[in-house]
Design a protein around this ligand. Sequence first.
Ligand code: TNX
Length: 536
Amino acid sequence: MSDNDMLERRNVLRSIAAIGLFSAGTSGVEGNIAGNQSSDALASDEIQGVVPAPVTSTSTGSEYAITSDTAIHVESKAAAGVANYLAGILRPSTGNELPVVDAHGSGAEDSISLLLTGAPTTVGEEGYRLNVNAHGVTIRANEPPGLFAGVQTLRQLLPPTVESDTEQPGPWTVPGGHILDYPRFSYRGAHLDVARHFFSVDSVKQYIEYLAQYKMNHLHLHLTDDQGWRIEIESWPKLTEIGGSTEVGGGPGGYYTQSEYRELVEYAQDRFITVIPEIDMPGHTNAALASYAELNCDGEREDLYTGTSVGFSSLCVDKEITYEFIDDVIREVSEITPGPYIHIGGDEAHETSDEEYDEFMDRAVSIIEKHDKRPVGWHQILNADPPESTVAQYWYPGQEAPDVAEAARDGTELIASPASHAYIDMKYTENTELGLDWAGLTTVKDAYSWDPGRFLEDVDESAVKGPETALWSETLETLADIEFMLFPRMPAVAELGWSPESRTAWEEFRQRLATQGSRWDVQDVNYYESPLVAWP
Ligand code: TNX
C-alpha cells in the first residue's frame, strides 16, 4: 500500500470497538420448526431459522413431508425453470423423483406448487407467499424472481441434510405455516475481486450459488486491476495474454474468455442475479499499462505487478488512444453484459490531478452511456460531477460524507458498502489469518450492526439502492479462502438488505445463523466459526 493511500485510509478510519467475545445463551439450535426452540425476540408461533428473516410468518403446527409421491406443480414455462432448479436441489438428497408437472387440472395433493398467480401485489417482483399444510407446499409470486426467493426459503425449512449431494435418510418434513415475504431494498449485492487473485469459472459459479441462497441479486465482478486483467477483449488481445498472466504473489493468474464470461452471466441470470462488470480506471490499471506501451504517457510498457500497493498507476489522460481503448473495452464488455450497469471504478486515482480526473471521467462516463449502460463508480467519482444517472458506491468506513450526501439529495443513487461493516475482506480478529485490517477488524456482529438505509448522515433511505459486500482478494487464493471470509458475514449483510429493519436484532439473528451452520456443514462450506455464534 502506498503512503498516499495509507494516509487517505487513516483519515477515514473510524475507531474500532473492542470485540466482545461472549458465548451464546441458547443451546445449539437444530431443526427449524417453530416451538422446538425458544427465542426471546421472536414470537414462538413464527417459523424459525430462516435467513434473511421473512417479513411475516406464522407456524400452524401441521407439517408436510416430501415423499416419493411428491410432484412439483407448475402452470407456466417461467415457473418450470424455477421448479427444475428446486428439483436439482431436492432430488440428490431425498432420492425422490420429484417430477415437474403441469398442474392444470390436477389436484394440489402431495405437491410443491410454484404458481405465478394469486400473490398479493404488495410482494412486488421479488416477494412471495409460502403456505405449508398437510397436503403440500404452495409458493405464489408475481414474477419468477419471487418464486425463486420462495424456493430459497423452502430449502431452509427442510432439514440441513437436504443440502447433501448424496441420498440421505430424511424424513423430509416442512413445518406447516404461512410466510409473506419481500425485500426491503431492490439492490442486494456482493462484489468479488478476481483481479488480485484469479478464480476459476467453477469457483465463481459456486459464489453465485451462495449469493442466491441468501437472496442476493447483484454480483459485482472486479475484473481488472494493477495485478491482472481478467476479461478477454478481442480488439486488445494482449490485455489478457500479458495482463492476465499473473496475480498477487506471482502465481499464474488467468482470465475469462468472453464465452466463459457469458456462461457466468447466464448462470447468474438463471438465479435472478445481475452481473455488474467493473473495469477500474483511470487508476488500478497497471495490468493494461504492462500489456500495451501506447497506453502509457511515456510510450513504454510497465512491468507486470504482483504486489499489493494501490494508487500508483494511471491511464494516460492526455492521449486520444486512451479513449479509443476505453471505447473498445466498454463496447465489448457491454455486448456480453445483459444487465444495465458497467462499473468504472474511479477509486484511488492518486496519479491524476483533480482537473485530469474530471476531464477523464467526463469522457469515460459518456462512453458508457453511449453504449447504453448506466455508469457505476466508487464514490470518488462524484468529485467529477458525473451525470445524475451515475450510481455511486460509498466505501469509506465513516458515516459522515457531506459531498456524497449532497449528491444523494440531488438525486444520485447510492450503493452502501461502508468498509467498517461491508468490507468482508477485513480480518475477523487479530488471530484469523486471512484478510486485511485497514478498516479495522470486522466480526459477524459488526457486519450485521448497521442500517444500510441510515448509515450515511443526511442521506435519506430513498437514495440508497441497497447494501453490497466487498471481497477484495489480496490475501485470498482459493474458494475455501473465499468461503471463510464470506460465511457468516455475507448472510448477515444479505439479511440487512432483505429483511425489514424491525426484524434485524443481533441476539435473534445469531441463533438463526447457528441453524445455518448445520447447512454449511452439509454443504462443506469452509465457514469461520465465530465464537459469537453458538454453532451446533
Ligand atoms: C481499497 S475499496 C480498495 C481496493 C483494495 C481494498 C482492500 C476500493 C475502492 N479500493 O483497491 O483492494 O481497499 O480492502
